[in-house]
Design a binder for this molecule. Structure first.
Ligand SMILES: [Mg+2]
Length: 417
């Protein structure tokens, strides 16, 4: 079936928010990130990009390239607030949407043409509404699938509207650099260009087998993207993954200090998985089950983050505010939800590269030597941790199996049509 998939991406989002709050930044090269010599660029304005500045570059290098740039320390709480405003508008208007990252959404408007209005017109109106209501510039790509739409957005940014009519995907992609393909990293780019493959057109002319000979397994997904083939569905917001863990005590307890230790362990485990999935969470939930089996959940929105200390602070706050140690507890649990992609951004506002990379370093040690090395836990707590880890591992496996089965099913039905 012919689908209509929109990709919407806010233009240099962090910079746009800063400019909304301080109009003196308009038209100037602005860099968001750590301003000390050892900081890192989290985001920058188009004016700064013209000097060769880009995100993830050391701030010192950025300052060399563009000495007149204005450095602004990022404010994730503020960006999260505006990101949510945009999501609310999209949610109110769209049949199905997916929040992919803090500044990106996918919307599935398949069938809109038939019943409502031309999908391009509908998309333009949604874009206008977002710009009018939030004051933030945004671009879109509209095509039959996620990859082509995302590439189209990139091509027409900023303030752009990219439309790739059904059947013209290959034609649209052909003249573009292979570096425009989402998921094609630096190494793959270097390897392909060393073989004289620079344009997507060249990939289109190759057989799947030829590309697999160069890239191995990875070749198949790159080949499909180059040919404008992608059946992956919109992950609807209510299906978007959440992650949780819980512990039932051997004996009901009122020991708040012990429970706090367990909460620390839980946040630590979930946080590790969150970063491994390269996601951030925007919402935490604490669950308490009393000895009479009555369950209570306490939920709080937080600025999007993947760092344990920010999450733990909120979890502890929820815990001490809602549990005074006066009722027997049999179970506690923690859930992260509103997950979006992009954990690498979280720490980029830190002043030093070391701080920004702290979690990466800790996570590396943990994946090599096991988590107990980082978070020593003893006795019953340790057994519980292991049981929880095992249970979640099992759940993850089952979820992956289910997704695989569903993907096969939907793939089949698309081929049949
Ligand atoms: Mg953006």
């Amino acid at each position: 079936m012919e689908r209509s998939i929109i990709h919407m991406d806010l233009d240099s989002f962090f910079v746009s928010v800063e400019r909304k709050l301080d109009s003196s930044l308009l038209g100037k090269p602005v860099i968001i990130g750590g301003s000390s010599d050892r900081g890192v660029v989290a985001s920058c304005s188009y004016e700064a990009r013209q000097f060769g500045v880009h995100s993830a570059m050391p701030s010192a290098r950025a300052r060399q390239l563009c000495p007149q740039a204005i450095f602004v320390k990022g404010d994730m709480a503020m960006y999260s607030k505006y990101s949510r405003e945009v999501t609310e508008i999209i949610k109110a208007e769209s049949p199905e949407y997916e929040k992919a990252s803090i500044d990106e959404h996918y919307i599935d408007i398949t069938g809109m043409d038939k019943y409502v209005k031309h999908s391009l017109l509908w998309t333009k109106e949604l874009r206008d509404k977002i710009v009018t209501e939030t004051g933030l510039p945004i671009s879109f790509g509209l095509s039959c699938n996620k990859t082509v739409s995302k590439i189209a957005t990139g091509q027409f940014k900023p303030n752009g509207e990219g439309y790739v009519p059904y059947g013209t995907e290959k034609e649209f992609l052909a003249p573009l650099s292979i570096s425009k393909i989402p998921g094609l990293g630096k190494k793959t780019y270097a390897l392909l260009s060393s073989k004289g493959i620079e344009k997507i057109e060249t990939l289109q002319k190759m057989s799947l087998q030829a590309l697999q000979n160069i890239l191995g397994e990875h070749g198949s997904s790159i080949w499909k993207k180059a040919n404008g083939i992608n059946f992956s569905p919109i992950e609807q917001h209510w299906e978007q993954t959440s992650m949780s863990t819980e512990t039932t005590f051997e004996k009901d307890s009122t020991d708040r200090a012990m429970m706090e230790r367990i909460l620390i362990g839980m946040v630590d485990e979930l946080g590790y998985d969150l970063r491994k999935m390269e996601k951030m969470t925007g919402c935490v939930t604490l669950k308490l089950k009393y000895s009479n089996f009555e369950s209570h959940t306490y939920q709080a929105s937080i600025p999007y983050t993947a760092s344990d200390h920010a999450i733990l602070e909120k979890v502890k706050e929820l815990f001490y505010k809602n549990y005074k140690g006066d009722v027997w507890i049999r179970l506690i649990g923690v859930r992260f939800s509103n997950l979006i992609s992009g954990c690498q951004q979280t720490n980029l506002f830190e002043d030093t590269e070391e701080k920004a990379n702290l979690y990466t370093a800790l996570d590396k040690i943990r994946s090599r030597f096991g988590s107990d090395l980082i978070m020593p836990a003893c006795g019953q707590l340790r057994t519980e941790r292991l049981a929880r880890l095992e249970k979640r591992q099992q759940e993850k496996l089952e979820a992956a199996e289910k997704r695989k089965a569903e993907a096969l099913k939907s793939g089949d039905s698309i081929h049949k049509k």
